[in-house]
Each structure stands twice: as structure tokens, then as C-alpha cells.
Design a protein around this ligand. Sequence first.
Ligand SMILES: *[C@@H]1O[C@H](CO)[C@@H](O)[C@H](O)[C@H]1NC(C)=O
Ligand SMILES: *[C@@H]1O[C@H](CO)[C@@H](O)[C@H](O)[C@H]1NC(C)=O
Ligand SMILES: *[C@@H]1O[C@H](CO)[C@@H](O)[C@H](O)[C@H]1NC(C)=O
Ligand SMILES: *[C@@H]1O[C@H](CO)[C@@H](O)[C@H](O)[C@H]1NC(C)=O
Ligand SMILES: *[C@@H]1O[C@H](CO)[C@@H](O)[C@H](O)[C@H]1NC(C)=O
Ligand SMILES: *[C@@H]1O[C@H](CO)[C@@H](O)[C@H](O)[C@H]1NC(C)=O
Length: 484
Amino acid sequence: MGRAVLFAWQAAFSLFIILSLYWYLGHDQLANVHTPPSSFPSHGASNHQDGNQTHLPVSSTPDKTLLTHTRTTVSVIHTPSAAPTLAVIKPAPGKTSSNDVLPLSNRTAYVHTIIHPEDKTLPRLECPPFNSSRYDHLQAKEAGGEVNRPTIQYFFALNIRERLSLLPRLMGSIVEAIRFLGPEHCVLSIVEGNSDDGTAEVLEALRSELDALHTPYYFNSSVINPKKGPRIEKLAELRNLALAPMLDPQNAHLYDHETNTTVIFLNDVAVCPDDILELVHQRRFLGADMTCAMDWTYAGKDPTFYDVWVARTLAGGDSFFEIPSDGNWNSAWNLFWNEPTARQLFSAKQPFQVFSCWNGATAFTAKPFLENKIKFRAPREGECMQGEPQLLGKDLWWHGYGKIAVVPTVNLEYSDEKGKQIKDAKGFTSQLVGGEGNEDAIIDWKISPPEKVKCMPDYAHQYFEMWNATQRGDNTEKTTSKPS
Ligand SMILES: *[C@@H]1O[C@H](CO)[C@@H](O)[C@H](O)[C@H]1NC(C)=O
Ligand SMILES: *[C@@H]1O[C@H](CO)[C@@H](O)[C@H](O)[C@H]1NC(C)=O
Ligand SMILES: *[C@@H]1O[C@H](CO)[C@@H](O)[C@H](O)[C@H]1NC(C)=O
Ligand SMILES: *[C@@H]1O[C@H](CO)[C@@H](O)[C@H](O)[C@H]1NC(C)=O
Ligand SMILES: *[C@@H]1O[C@H](CO)[C@@H](O)[C@H](O)[C@H]1NC(C)=O
Ligand SMILES: *[C@@H]1O[C@H](CO)[C@@H](O)[C@H](O)[C@H]1NC(C)=O
């Protein structure tokens, strides 16, 4: 087929797709496809320490990871061109489309860096080597010595949007962790949100590398106006989309009950391989249902704990630090001010139980998801307006999975540069674990949640709500969210 013919064919097909989308989405949604994503502040853009701040970081997902949900099976990639040609058909694996943002040579450089831990072509947070014998026990083994039963033990899930420069570190660490844990026992599932900086192209270009590792790779793009409609509901939907391959009945044979599949759900954080492995190690060592890192933001000179809207302590069901009704973060230094146990364990860098956490990176049991007891959701009618990760904590407790712990040796920020700052301030995970004086400590798990949990629809309105408010037998029913 000549080039011209091929081009004409492509053009015709693109037009068909555009028209189909137009028909499918309707005018409003189509217009939204072109809504500049820059209308969403990036992480840290909203200064938490501004005393006038009343808008909370909604959910633990920083704004920039706000993704959009598409109701079509056709992936739409936003093109930066001013022309309103909108749709690019997601290229078949290995192929590239003609509307690429990122030149092929750049894409190749990203992929090369991601798959080669030592590669220094592109800048990224440098992670020290880790003690592999600490994590040996996590390496997937063939179940019962059976030949080739590739059950999935680790499910990596990500929602990401426009974080090209972070990919060498974030994806590099994920690939390294996957290699270490046993590639054919890992799945990588990414839902990308209409990035126009080349993030999607690099992630698509990674496919052949993951194929070579025999790691099932699900990569999907989503489009919608993230500002439109109920935000938490959309975030929950996006998280559920990332988990969807695990819940697809066609894949059921890959997740048997013996496997104890761990979901590793990561924000767009500058994460090292051992940060990931430590969360998984602690989940197994502690017998935890969920483990979380600590995430930080450098809004000023000193780092402050970031996920304060979502995380709740065990004893009082309170936020990790106190935020008065004017919304200032002046007490951010005073973590666990009203919970001595958490305070003491935190300063000893030992894991402690909480009511809820997410904190940029988390490892949790897939079981209640596989059993259809839990999914990410928005608040119900009459339920405190809260982020989907806090609701996950609540639902986990409700179904008897209350062994939720923060692992204070894992400290994360949201860029390479600030990641280095936080590692300099708190230490790399490998410097803080193992060896003399750093023996792993167990947790004295409590079986009851706090009676009441702090509800913070916004800083000016804070009150305590029964931990189990509005819970019914089943959390997977259709939920509605309150208008925000
Ligand atoms: C923030 O609050 C201070 C008083 O606390 C006030 O002087 C200032 O004008 C406010 N700034 C904005 C942007 O509202
Ligand atoms: C991508 O997401 C859509 C829903 O938005 C889903 O129907 C489709 O199966 C997904 N594709 C892949 C490859 O996961
Ligand atoms: C692509 O690579 C060239 C050469 O290394 C570099 O100068 C340019 O900034 C890169 N572009 C992007 C978008 O990364
Ligand atoms: C590495 O991990 C193993 C197993 O946990 C431990 O025995 C050893 O002391 C560790 N080595 C260092 C240098 O921390
Ligand atoms: C799975 O978890 C159960 C209970 O938590 C435990 O008894 C079993 O050893 C675990 N299996 C694997 C393969 O880790
Ligand atoms: C909620 O939990 C409390 C204990 O914290 C219990 O007394 C109460 O019966 C529970 N309510 C429901 C509806 O389960």
C-alpha cells in the first residue's frame, strides 16, 4: 500500500472515530476533551500554609493526578495542537501514531532509562542499592511447586497524568521491583489521564519491555473534564479502572485465594525500589491488611505531612496533625499531638496502626476486592464528605481488615528534586531498616476501630462521625456522592 493511500485510509478512519465519539459523548463531553488540563493546579501549587486556604487537597491524590474517565473503549489522547482535531487512535502495541508529542529518540531515551536502573541519561532521584536478602522472602514462588502456574501475587496500580519527568524514577523503580519480585507473578495496570506531555507515549512504549518480562501490562487512557461532576466519585472510578483487570472474570484463574495478592497502588511519587519492597515486606511481616508510606510536601522550608485530609489515627480517629478552622497548617510539625502511642512509634520509626491512610504509596490485600466486598467509592447520602482512600479504610475495617499500618521508614515526595530533599531529611528506606538497632518491630493489633472518626468536609467544618456511619452489609452498591 502506498503512503498516500495509507494516509487517506488513516484520515478516513480518524474521521470515523471522531464522528463516533461525537455521537457517543455528545457535544458537552466533546468540548471537554479540549479543556486545558492546566486549569488544575499541580501538586504543591496550593499553599497549605496559607491561612486563608479553605480548599483541601481532595483525597490523597494530588490535583495533578486527577484523571478523567472515558466511557468509550477508544482511547483519546489530547493533542497540544491548536487545531481541534481531537482523537488519536491508541496505536497498536509497538506501533506509533503520527500525532506523537515526543520524538521517537526521546521516547527511546525514557524507556532505556526506565529499564536500566544504572542509566543516567535522564535526571532522576538516585536511589542507593538495597539489601536484597531482606526482601528475598517476597519473591514469588510457583505455587506448590507446580509447573507454570503464573498466579498473580503483586498487582501494581497507578493513576497518572502529565508526569513525564517523573517517569524515569517512578517507572524505573516499579520495573526494578517487578524484576525482583518475579515478573510473571506481577501485573502492571496504569490509567493515564489525557496527558499531553508525552507521558502516555512513554508508557505505551514500555509495553514491549513488559511483554519481554512476561508481565501482563494494562495501559489505558481516560478523558473527561475533571472539574465537572462529583470529584471523589470520579477519583474512585479511576482507581477502580486501574484495578479492573484484576476483577475481570476472564482473569479470575490468575488470582486464587491462596495467593494473597497484594495491590501496590502508587501516586506519582519519587519512589525508590526499596520503598515499594519495604511496604510489601511490612505487609507480610506484620500480617497487615494494608501498609502506607508517609508522604510529604515542601510547601515551605520544612516538609509537612501531606495526606492529612485522608489519614486518621487509631486511638482518636483524628487527623495526624491539628488543623484549626481557619485552615492553617502551623501545627503540621506536631504530628500525633493527641495520640502518644502513634507519636512514640512514629519517632522510633516503627510501624503503627491507624484507622486510615494512603500517603502516596500503599500495599493492601486484594482479597475483599476479589470477593466483591469492597471497591473504591464516593461518600453515600448522609455520610461525611471524605476522600475515597479514607472510605477504603472505613470499608476495610467494616469487613474485618483493620490491620492498617503506617510504615514511617518510607518517606516520599512528589518530584525527584523534593524526593531528594525528603530522603536527605528523613533517610532512604535502606538506611533506616535492617541491621543493628533497626530490628523489625511487630504491632500489637487492635481489633476495634475508634468509635468516632474526624470528618473534615472542609477546614471550617470539622466534627466527629461514628466510624461506621451509613455502613450497610455491602459496600459495592451503587453510591451517590453529595454535591461539593
Ligand atoms: C488572608 O487572611 C489575612 C488575614 O488573616 C488577610 O489580611 C488577607 O487579605 C487574606 N488574603 C486573602 C488572599 O484572602
Ligand atoms: C480501557 O478502559 C475502558 C473503560 O474506560 C474499558 O472498557 C477498556 O476495556 C479498557 N481497556 C483496557 C485495555 O484495559
Ligand atoms: C528530546 O531530546 C532532546 C535531545 O536529547 C532534548 O534536547 C529535548 O529537550 C528532549 N525533549 C523532550 C520533550 O524531552
Ligand atoms: C540484610 O538483610 C539480612 C536479612 O534481613 C540481614 O540479616 C542483614 O544483616 C542485612 N544486611 C545489612 C548490611 O543490613
Ligand atoms: C496467605 O495468607 C494466609 C493468612 O493470612 C496465610 O496463612 C498463608 O500462608 C498466606 N499464603 C501465602 C502464599 O503467603
Ligand atoms: C457502629 O459501631 C459501634 C461501635 O463502635 C456499635 O456500637 C454500633 O452498633 C455500630 N452500628 C452499626 C450500624 O453497625
